[in-house]
Design a protein around this ligand. Structure first.
Ligand SMILES: [Fe+2]
Ligand SMILES: [Fe+2]
Length: 139
């Protein structure tokens, strides 16, 4: 099992990748409202990357990422959007599990609290993406 710091670094990379992926997803969302919803989730992932960077004592080049995301042009593609969302539900459920594991192995109580806060966000994301694919079962 990789040590705690390595696992936090891997989680941080995944958050930055999720931000990129969700920015792309927002650009192909079939409606403006769904695009705004996905952009909001993308910003959550960026916030998670920042939390993990802070924990690691690292600096992020967040500006270059956000500029690139904002330059994307809207090109709705509902077929591709639904396929991406189906895969992303797995990613979000895996994130719930990974952060729960990090909360278990975190050496400090306040780190546990931070990880559990992220778990709550990822849980919400998983639920939101399920609701997006199947609106009648989202509540
Ligand atoms: Fe996240
Ligand atoms: Fe998430």
């Amino acid at each position: 099992m990789a040590d705690f710091r390595e696992r936090v670094m891997a989680a941080r990379r995944e958050e930055l990748e999720a931000y990129e992926k969700y920015s792309e997803l927002a650009a192909i969302a079939p409606t403006h409202e769904l695009s705004l919803l996905i952009q909001s989730i993308a910003r959550d992932e960026l916030g998670h990357a920042r939390i993990l960077s802070g924990m690691l004592g690292m600096e992020d080049d967040i500006d270059s990422l956000t500029v690139r995301a904002q330059e994307r042009r809207r090109m709705p593609d509902s077929g591709r959007f639904r396929r991406m969302v189906a895969r992303i539900i797995d990613d979000e459920l895996n994130a719930v599990s990974a952060y729960a594991q990090l909360a278990i192995i975190a050496p400090e109580l306040e780190q546990r609290l931070l990880f559990l806060t992220v778990v709550a966000d990822e849980f919400g994301h998983a639920r939101t993406f399920i609701a997006i694919l199947n609106p009648s079962r989202g509540d």
